[in-house]
Design a protein around this ligand. Structure first.
Ligand code: NAG
Ligand code: NAG
Ligand code: NAG
Ligand code: NAG
Ligand code: NAG
Ligand code: NAG
Ligand code: NAG
Length: 545
């Protein structure tokens, strides 16, 4: 049993979230229950606490990627699987992680709060490190890449509604700003990883940032990627890791360079112009060999990809394939349902009326529908469980394909401009898609230039998906289905839709419940002079029965 709290509370307002992790397989012999208590509270270091009540009202907690098999009630999505946790209340998430191994993470389930309320969730093999399908590491090190916000997160959230430019202040590695920042009149500390020469370290890298995909490099060293999103992959050796928000990557690092100090650099990437450009907020830590002489001699700097380079990410993701293991499910070859979903952008009237609207709001869409948080006091899963009729009127079916075909990835559609303006009117609804239990679903997410040319990580709750292929431009079934990897595709819980491109994946709807799929859309934030997007994770909510 293991108890700790974070962070130290300085105001009276707190929510406690208790986790009970059970590592038991269903017919198991030995039950191992792990308990963690999280006290989530507001730290009033800058006195921004007036808006706090509004925020804690919305807190739910998601264990990103934990499949919650047959236990959707613990999925943590406000108004889908549970009511938000109120201030001064406890909620106990009790779940079983049997069959899962690797690096996941947990976070507050509201867009901005996630930036500070998050942490690693590591599931180790039942029989210890010697059963890893790779060399037993000497140590395991979490590397959490995140953002530091100088702005109050509640204000940032409101800023989006009010079309203000909202952006984070700095990138961080394991909570440290690093020596490229000088915030308090002195150079900041960076994360320091001390290594023993010759030893192998397992880095459990998590991107907990709201905005950016990062390139991670360590000067003088290579990584061997062995897992992603808590699924083993065929060992892939590379000198750079590309990790989008929500993704995790486990990589072995062998301390086999000349003893010395080497920078570990995390660089946020972004699409080139005509996309609006954001400040490039690089952060760095240091990998330091034990007992080196003259530790103050500086450190070796890695050569980073260009911050506008998108191909390094495209290739990194394309090079990950699933590792063959007996327990790994085969790729389903039969497909029962196919969805072609465009990720777009649109405008709606602030008050929900589309006509005579002179104050519109930008939203993100899937197949031209923007997600509407379920209205009412009862979470959807509960409505379903009690067989309530109101669901039928509340939910709209997500269409199989977008209502209108256009040249989705035409760069001339990158906002702003008259061409995109014509495509913008859209609507909001609580969209759902129901699948028969056991159905095999194939989804193609098609990026559109309406969103500018960002890549977009998409995350589905409750399931891992087989990533079959990705490509640039517009998906063409006749041409692209032939390229599917049906032999050893990577299993992921977050799939990256490449810049002005598409990704295709399959999953089996075998975990009954109500799940959200959503994306971490960087383009929704400030510094985008064409307006802000309120529904940052525009979602379609998928339901299996
Ligand atoms: C934060 O809010 C609490 C409760 O309203 C109040 O007692 C406290 O003084 C506030 N702190 C700051 C720094 O404003
Ligand atoms: C929440 O849990 C903590 C620790 O178990 C306990 O001290 C506290 O009284 C609980 N609060 C509520 C409101 O149940
Ligand atoms: C950090 O900033 C302070 C105040 O702006 C300045 O006086 C100081 O020289 C800076 N230090 C470095 C190392 O840049
Ligand atoms: C793997 O990466 C290399 C370059 O790093 C690239 O040339 C190759 O196309 C990638 N493979 C896939 C399948 O993406
Ligand atoms: C919006 O419409 C209202 C009512 O028609 C009008 O009073 C107001 O000036 C308009 N605002 C803008 C910015 O056009
Ligand atoms: C889509 O736009 C691209 C870029 O402008 C252009 O090359 C292509 O021909 C267009 N495709 C169609 C079907 O219009
Ligand atoms: C999106 O839906 C709206 C109606 O809500 C419709 O007016 C518009 O033409 C649609 N746009 C596209 C690109 O399908």
């Amino acid at each position: 049993m293991n108890r700790w709290s974070l962070p130290a509370a300085s105001t009276a307002i707190a929510i406690a979230v208790v986790f009970l992790l059970s590592a038991t397989a269903p017919p198991a012999a030995v039950a191992a229950v792990v308990e963690h208590t999280f006290v989530v509270s507001m730290m009033s270091t800058h006195g921004f606490n007036s808006t706090f009540y509004r925020f804690v009202h919305n807190v739910g907690q998601d264990r990103h990627g934990v499949m919650q098999r047959f236990n959707c009630w613990a999925d943590g999505v406000p108004m889908i699987t549970q009511c938000p946790i109120l201030p001064n209340h406890n909620f106990t998430y009790r779940f079983n992680v049997a069959g899962q191994e690797g690096t996941l993470w947990w976070h507050a389930h509201i867009s901005f709060l996630r930036a500070t309320v998050h942490g690693a969730l590591v599931i180790r093999p039942r029989h210890g490190a010697s059963s890893y399908p790779f060399v037993k590491p000497y140590k395991e090190i979490p590397i959490i890449i995140g953002e530091w916000w100088q702005m109050d997160l509640a204000q940032a959230d409101q800023g989006i509604v009010d079309n203000l430019d909202v952006y984070f202040t700095a990138s961080i590695i394991n909570g440290k700003l690093g020596d490229l920042y000088n915030c308090s009149g002195a150079v900041e500390d960076g994360y320091m990883l001390d290594v023993e020469p010759g030893k192998t370290y397992l880095l459990r890298v998590i991107n907990a940032a709201l905005f950016s995909e990062y390139y991670l490099k360590i000067a003088g060293h290579k990584f061997t990627v062995v897992a992603a999103d808590a699924n083993y992959v065929s060992p892939y050796t590379t000198d750079v890791i590309a990790i989008a928000p929500g993704e995790t990557v486990d990589a072995l690092l062998v301390a086999n360079a000349a003893p010395g100090r080497y920078y570990m650099v995390a660089l946020p990437n972004q699409s080139p112009e005509p996309d609006p450009q954001s400040p490039t907020l690089i952060t760095r830590g240091i990998v330091q060999y034990r007992n080196i002489q003259a530790p103050d001699n500086g450190a070796v700097t890695p050569e980073m990809p260009d911050h506008q380079d998108q191909m390094t990410s495209f290739y990194f993701h394309g090079n990950l394939t699933g590792l063959h293991r007996p327990e790994r499910p085969p790729v389903p070859t039969r497909v029962d349902e196919r969805l072609f979903v465009t990720l777009g952008r649109g405008t709606i009237c602030r008050r929900g009326q589309s006509s005579s609207c002179n104050k519109s709001m930008t939203v993100t869409t899937m197949n031209n529908i923007s997600y509407q948080q379920p209205q009412g006091a009862t979470p959807l899963l509960e409505l379903h469980y009690y067989n309530t009729n109101s669901l039928t009127t509340m939910l709209q079916e997500l269409p199989d394909k977008p209502p209108r075909v256009f040249n989705y990835t035409d760069p001339a559609l990158i906002p702003p401009g008259p061409k995109v303006a014509k495509l913008e009117p859209t609507s909001k609804a609580t969209v759902a898609r129901r699948f028969r239990h056991g159905a095999v679903v194939e989804v193609v997410f098609q990026g559109t230039a309406m969103l500018s040319s960002e890549s977009n990580p998409m995350h589905l709750h409750g399931h891992d998906v087989f990533v079959l292929a990705h490509g640039e431009g517009i998906y063409d079934a006749a041409r692209d289905a032939a390229r599917y990897n049906l032999v050893n595709p990577a299993l992921r819980n977050t799939v990256l839709v490449p810049r002005l491109g598409w990704v295709a994946f399959r999953f089996i709807a075998d975990n009954p419940g109500a799940y959200r799929t959503y994306w971490f859309c960087k383009a929704v934030f400030g510094l985008r002079n064409w307006g802000s997007m309120r529904s940052f994770h525009s979602s379609v909510f998928i339901w299996f029965m």
